[in-house]
Design a protein around this ligand. Structure first.
Ligand code: ADP
Ligand code: MG
Length: 316
């Protein structure tokens, strides 16, 4: 069993009357890429700020590397690399100078620092922009600079708060691959996002948050096994008589049907031949249809079943 890197126990954080974290607990082990997934306002950034002692909290305990965390714990802080949701770099410094500055907070030795900054530059792919000031960089490149500043000193624990928001696909892929490679090189990663696809793609374990509470936790497969949905069949069609829909709803393994005038959606729980049975019913009634597809559950289905609202609907 690998060591516990972060332990959050029963954390409560209030902003006035608002309970931003409601008895929130978490344990993150060495070597994980741990995903904190939740819609905007669910408490991800608040969790990170409490974790780093940047924010005081009302109740609970936080331990990092087995030690109680507090604002003066510099020995713990130097082992953590933080990439905040809002880009925090110096406008008057160049790309190189920015990375060198942040690395210099931890690495005193000049030769070693130069090597580390070079590695960070290569890592995020900013070689061609060393003399640029942040204002000249695109959103995606700016994010990559922000990441380089956070990881140049080779921290053991890397925390990234929504690093891919408003980033072009190329930078996004680079960032996600970068996170995986930092992890392969030994770093434990905490990654927050409201994009379930990204969390699914890279995280080894995931906690889903909603309204300051942890509503589920596990690997993506474990999370999907927690819900009854195993398959969603979608049939594009323009007309669906009510009696046919009733017949579909009565099929084995079908627990929900929906029709919006463009497509029929059938939610299934278990069973192997759902698609064939559904199409069989439509054919018996000589109904025509267009595209047909079957999808496995996503983390959105997990969120939907547990909270009653879709993660997607809450975005932005
Ligand atoms: P997330 O990062 O998941 O989007 P946050 O941790 O930023 O969520 O916010 C959690 C809740 O706390 C939200 O309802 C937000 O409006 C509220 N909140 C965050 N920061 C403050 C603050 N400084 N003052 C008052 N309320 C805040
Ligand atoms: Mg946030």
């Amino acid at each position: 069993m690998s060591e516990t890197v972060v332990r959050i126990n029963n954390l409560v954080k209030r902003y006035g009357d608002l309970v931003a974290l409601d008895h929130f607990s978490l344990e993150i082990r060495e070597g994980e890429i741990f995903g904190l997934l939740g819609p905007n306002g669910s408490g991800k950034t608040t969790t990170i700020n409490c974790l780093l002692s940047l924010l005081s909290f009302d109740k609970g305990e936080i331990e990092i590397f087995g030690k109680k965390m507090s604002p003066a714990c510099y020995d713990i802080k130097r082992e953590i690399g933080v990439i905040m949701q809002n880009v925090a770099v110096f406008d008057e410094l160049t790309v190189w100078e920015n990375i060198d500055y942040f690395c210099g907070l931890y690495i005193r030795d000049k030769a070693q620092r130069k090597q580390y900054v070079e590695e960070a530059v290569r890592f995020v792919g900013l070689e061609d922009f060393l003399k640029f000031r942040p204002k000249k960089l695109s959103g995606g490149l700016l994010r990559r600079l922000n990441i380089a500043c956070g990881i140049a000193h080779k921290p053991k624990l890397i925390i990234l708060d929504e690093p891919t928001v408003a980033v072009d696909p190329q930078s996004r892929n680079r960032i996600l691959e970068g996170i995986q490679s930092l992890n392969r090189n030994g770093a434990t990663v905490i990654y927050t996002s409201h994009y379930m696809e990204e969390v699914e793609q890279i995280c080894t374990r995931i906690a889903i948050m909603d309204k300051g509470k942890k509503i589920a936790e596990g690997t993506k497969d474990e999370l999907k096994r927690m819900i009854r949905n195993t398959e969603t069949v979608t049939v594009e069609m323009l007309e669906l008589p009510e009696d046919v829909r009733t017949e579909l709803a009565a099929l084995p393994h079908v627990y929900d049907t929906a029709f919006d005038g463009k497509a029929l959606t059938v939610s299934c729980s278990g069973g192997k031949h759902n698609l064939i049975r559904i199409l069989g019913v439509l054919q018996n009634h000589e109904l025509s249809f267009g595209r047909v597809y079957s999808e496995l559950p996503t983390l959105n289905d997990v969120f939907l079943e547990i909270t009653g609202t879709a993660l997607r609907d809450k975005e932005e």
